[in-house]
Design a protein around this ligand. Structure first.
Ligand SMILES: O=C(O)C(=O)Cc1ccccc1
Length: 319
């Protein structure tokens, strides 16, 4: 009897990403060497990907969360903060080059309509306003989705704002390249799963959503003090409307250096929970490019010493 008849074949990991083929998200996913042999499954929108992860249709979801020009990708941040119980496993940062793609016969001078996902057109706002002031901007589900529809339509005067690679995928011409409003355009993507926290690497990030006590003034400062008092660097902090509490009801989405396995990070979260009431953990994961200052190296040793000291003290007093 062959091995395949006795043992179930190991199924490969399935990863859902923002499709169709040719998106920036797909490019970023292709940089993950250990997921090269995984099944890459395109989805139409970020919620579709996250639904698929929650439903177990795919093992992992891969989504954009931050752009160096546009800032936070709010629809992803909000989905992770409010709508799903998923944990970030990893992050990846890639360079982004925006191009205008069109079918044969369309030059830049002919363009009357530009299609793309809003987060991409926002990164080229000045270019579009100055070079194509009369062009209509039409929303698509992704850059590659825009390229796909431009290709299918074949209509003159319609262009997609999309990655260079999408020209090959959809048989279009590049009629303008590198058109973002600022140099060094980059996007951060994250891999999410239903559960699991990767082991600390020493260069990690921890993401949390902290709800402020609406009845207490100065709650942001008291939240920040929890991190500052433990010398934990925050790489990002922004407020988002909770959406249920009416105008002015906000929570904070925070990205801190360190890992939940670090005593100092754990203690910060414990204290935040005690003081603020509601904290949602979004994950601890290796920071891209080895960023994320190590919280553990010095602090954990000192913390263990302090723990031992306190335990001894309590022993002495019989508690
Ligand atoms: O639409 C895409 O190609 C995406 O992957 C989303 C996106 C759009 C613009 C910059 C980075 C990611």
């Amino acid at each position: 009897m062959s091995q395949s008849e006795t043992e179930p074949r190991p199924t490969s990991t399935r990863v859902g990403f923002l499709g169709p083929f040719g998106t920036f998200t797909q490019q970023a996913l292709q940089t993950l060497d250990d997921l090269r042999d995984a099944e890459h499954q395109p989805y139409r929108t970020v919620p579709d990907i996250l639904d698929a992860v929650e439903a177990g249709e795919v093992d992992l979801g891969f989504v954009p969360i931050e752009n160096s020009i546009e800032g936070m990708v709010n629809f992803t941040q909000d989905a992770l903060a409010f709508d799903y119980h998923l944990v970030i496993q990893r992050e990846v940062v890639i360079d982004i080059e925006h191009c205008l793609l069109a079918a044969d016969g369309t030059t830049l001078d002919d363009v009357v309509e530009v299609r793309s996902i809003a987060v991409a057109t926002a990164q080229c706002r000045q270019y579009l306003r100055t070079k194509l002031p009369d062009a209509e901007i039409v929303a698509a589900n992704s850059t590659a989705d825009a390229a796909r529809t431009v290709s299918e339509l074949g209509a003159p005067g319609v262009a997609a704002l999309a990655p260079r690679v999408a020209a090959d995928v959809y048989g279009l011409n590049i009629i303008a390249s590198d058109i973002a409003d600022h140099a060094g355009n980059q996007t951060r993507f994250v891999l999410v799963a239903k559960s699991g926290v990767p082991a600390p690497t020493g260069h990690d990030r921890t993401a949390v959503v902290v709800y402020q006590r609406s009845d207490e003034p100065g709650s942001l400062i008291s939240i920040l003090q929890e991190f500052a008092a433990r010398r934990i660097n925050l790489s990002n902090l922004f407020s988002r409307p909770t959406k249920n509490g009416g105008l002015g009801d906000y929570c904070f989405i925070m990205y801190a250096d360190g890992h939940i396995a670090d005593e100092l990070v754990a203690d910060t979260l414990r204290s935040l929970h005690a003081k603020q009431g509601k904290v949602k953990f979004l994950g601890s994961y290796p920071a891209a490019g080895g960023e994320g200052h190590s919280v553990r190296e010095h602090a954990d040793g000192r913390w263990r010493d302090a723990d031992t000291w306190l335990a001894d003290l309590r022993d002495q007093i019989g508690n």
